[in-house]
Design a protein around this ligand. Structure first.
Ligand code: HPA
Length: 262
């Protein structure tokens, strides 16, 4: 068995139901411990990690992103597909739309956002011209086509510190800056994945129009409800994509990353 793909389940995606022979495990890293489930799908080894914990107990600014990515590297994972519930700033991405990310804007404030903090780890400036893996994105687009799902591409994701939602003034600013979607977790996850040389893509699910665009105030329950309506679509997309992954990687993600001490 081969192809170690990891699925990082965001809000509303807590359960790796599609996998067989599931086994939960804790992986110890120098950054802390990560709790994962390992299983298989059609001969492919898949690791599942619930970003916020299985009970949504960890808020976005407290997720141990470094431990999560370091644990995946330790397990031999090479590709990561993350899911993310997002607010939309773009009228072409209404609630219920699946979107692949292609750029990000980082408005986080107080997170451990790198493996390269000097000392043993060194000082390394990693290229982020293409933050998400173009090959993995193409695999997901092809899978969506096969499954007859619409998936939009090319979105710019704004990462906020949270855990509060945004003000309408912030959303107006993010829109002026070119943001399409807003969420609280993609940075530093995408950054650490690239630093570690992993292929990383995010399937974002628009759960609401963002503050000031939506006619109603936002609640976490609203996000959960729209996610619940669409989680099966995300799961089916992943089930379609996994069998088409090849062992080799032709993209540059591995070269763009660096060898890191885990
Ligand atoms: N803002 C930030 N994060 C989110 C939102 C939002 O509107 N919806 C889902 N996650």
């Amino acid at each position: 068995m081969a192809i170690r793909l990891a699925i990082i389940g965001g809000t509303g995606v807590y359960d790796p139901k599609m996998l067989d022979a599931m086994q939960t495990m804790e992986v110890e890293t120098r950054y802390g411990r990560a709790l994962l489930t390992q299983g298989e799908y059609q001969g492919h080894e898949v690791v599942f990690l619930a970003r916020h914990g299985t009970e949504h107990g960890t808020p976005p600014h407290k997720v141990n992103y470094r431990a999560n990515i370091a644990a995946l590297v330790k397990l031999g994972v090479t590709r990561v597909v993350a899911t993310a519930a997002v607010g939309s700033l773009n009228e072409k991405m209404p609630p219920g739309t699946m979107v692949l990310l292609s750029q990000f804007l980082d408005f986080t404030k107080a997170r451990e956002a790198t493996f390269f903090s000097g000392g043993d780890a060194g000082v390394i400036h990693t290229d982020f011209t293409e933050p998400y893996c173009a090959d993995l994105n193409a695999t997901l687009v092809a899978a969506a086509k096969n499954a007859d799902f619409e998936i939009l591409t090319g979105a710019t994701y704004v990462t906020t510190e949270g855990p509060r939602f945004e003000t309408p003034a912030e959303i107006r600013m993010y829109k002026l800056l070119g943001g399409d979607l807003v969420g609280m977790t993609n940075v530093p996850e995408v950054v650490l994945a690239r630093e570690a040389g992993l292929c990383y893509s995010t399937v974002a699910l628009s759960t609401n129009f963002a503050a000031g665009i939506s006619p109603t105030v936002l609640t976490h329950n609203e996000v959960l409800a729209v996610m619940a309506e669409n989680v099966e679509k995300v799961r089916r997309l992943l089930m379609e994509a996994i069998p088409s992954l090849r062992m080799e990687r032709d993209c540059r993600c591995r070269e763009l990353g660096s060898s890191i001490l885990l």
